[in-house]
Design a protein around this ligand. Structure first.
Ligand code: DWN
Length: 398
């Protein structure tokens, strides 16, 4: 049974950065109601009503996974580790974005799957066999007609974006070689609950995974988890290592340990999510209170990182130009545009936060350390960051 525990109100599609603010663009902006449910049968946390993927993954997809040093390093490290561990002769990545992972593989060794045409163009140009399509049974069959099954299927921040998980996992099973490994990582619901990072809920994050939920879902597609890792990336992610039911892999003890940890955290109980829902409401009032106080004192506040996550915060908390001046972002194709829903101008982060700024809300709180290093001058002159994770607070130099 699906039970609702969170209502994040009317939200826009997070990838829909506006090029212009005028009557027409505002009228055409698409909104939907973002509410989140817990499935008591398989412990899966999902959006109650996912948006049509064709509206989301267009040829104007903005996010470039290679924009942060943290992620470039993380993808390089995992590529090296997977090559050593599984020695795959044929690999595939589902959701290859701008090629930040596959660039660590030889051109003939890996296939890219990426539905956003503008991103698929990048990996094609790099020389990789790229399918500019959504991952589903039809595509899996098409790829198998031309290629061997895969010894390694990798996917980062993509599986949680796909509404139909049964079809997704069935297609993976079909595409894996007998002892192939399916390694995928996505934001972890355990971290979201712990850190109160409710901004991980937005249109693209159709599900947030736990080990409990994934174990149950994979079983239905004759797959099983044989190892698991908790990661610090994106404010807390989970990496699953899965294989066919009869593959050679022995289950690592990390699986049992995490299973117990999740039960202890209560990820199997609706009550845990209900309590989280209440904490989210408090976080909203704390943040709005702080921003209003700073505004009253004449402080200049901006936001750092035009993240998809921050669209949830701004729209849920009703934060617009009344409280925040603009957003800084290093991604070229976001610059000069306006954030979805609240229409904050996105400016280049350029040489750093300018002297007139007193506070910067961390839209990209998951890159706090990287941003702190970049913006050390801002901190040294007394500038401060604001975050809502794990609770609303101000971060200075110390
Ligand atoms: O799953 C998803 C994740 C991985 O990426 C997607 N559905 C969409 C996107 O979500 P996000 O926008 O919340 O992700 P990030 O990676 O937290 O975005 C960081 C943003 O901040 C980028 O636009 C780049 C920007 N940035 C910056 O301007 N200066 C980041 C850093 C580290 C910086 O120093």
């Amino acid at each position: 049974m699906k039970k609702t525990f969170l209502d994040l109100l009317k939200q826009p599609i997070t990838n829909s950065y506006l090029t212009d603010i005028n009557k027409k663009s505002i009228k055409e902006e698409y909104f939907y109601n973002l509410s989140v449910v817990f499935d008591t049968d398989n412990y899966l946390v999902s959006l109650s009503k996912p948006v049509d993927p064709k509206k989301q993954y267009t040829d104007k997809y903005a996010h470039r996974a290679s924009q942060s040093l943290t992620m470039r390093k993380s993808f390089k490290k995992i590529a090296k580790k997977l090559k050593l561990k599984f020695k795959p002769s044929s690999s595939m990545e589902i959701g290859s974005n701008d090629g930040v992972f596959i660039k660590n593989f030889k051109k003939k060794e890996i296939i890219a799957v990426e539905p956003c045409a503008n991103l698929a163009k990048i990996t094609k140009k790099m020389g990789y066999q790229t399918y500019a399509k959504f991952w589903d049974a039809k595509l899996a069959n098409k790829i198998l007609k031309k290629n061997n099954s895969s010894d390694l299927i990798f996917s980062a921040n993509t599986i949680s974006h796909i509404p139909n998980l049964k079809e997704t996992f069935d297609a993976v099973n079909k595409s894996l070689s007998e002892n192939g490994a399916f390694v995928f990582e996505d934001p972890y619901i355990g971290s979201v609950i712990k850190m109160n990072s409710y901004d991980q809920f937005y249109d693209e994050h159709v599900h947030l995974f736990s080990l409990l939920a994934i174990s149950s879902l994979l079983k239905k597609s004759k797959l099983r988890v044989f190892d698991v890792e908790l990661l610090s990336t994106h404010g807390g992610s989970i990496r699953f290592y899965a294989c066919k039911e009869k593959a050679k892999y022995v289950i690592n003890k990390r699986v049992k340990t995490l299973n117990q940890k999740e039960l202890k955290q209560g990820l199997q109980n609706f009550y845990t999510y209900q309590k989280f829902g209440l904490r989210v409401k408090n976080s909203k009032s704390e943040l709005v209170k702080l921003l209003k106080k700073l505004k009253k004192r004449g402080k200049k506040v901006i936001s750092y990182g035009a993240t998809y996550k921050s669209a949830t915060i701004f729209n849920y908390c009703n934060i617009g130009n009344n409280l925040i001046d603009c957003v800084l972002d290093s991604t070229k194709n976001k610059q000069g545009k306006f954030t979805p829903g609240k229409h904050l101008k996105i400016n280049p982060s350029g040489d750093g936060i300018t002297k007139d700024i007193d506070y910067a809300f961390l839209g990209a709180w998951n890159f706090l350390e990287e941003i702190k290093r970049k913006e050390i001058k801002f901190l040294k002159r007394g500038g401060k960051f604001i975050t809502h994770v794990p609770k609303v607070k101000i971060i200075g130099l110390q």
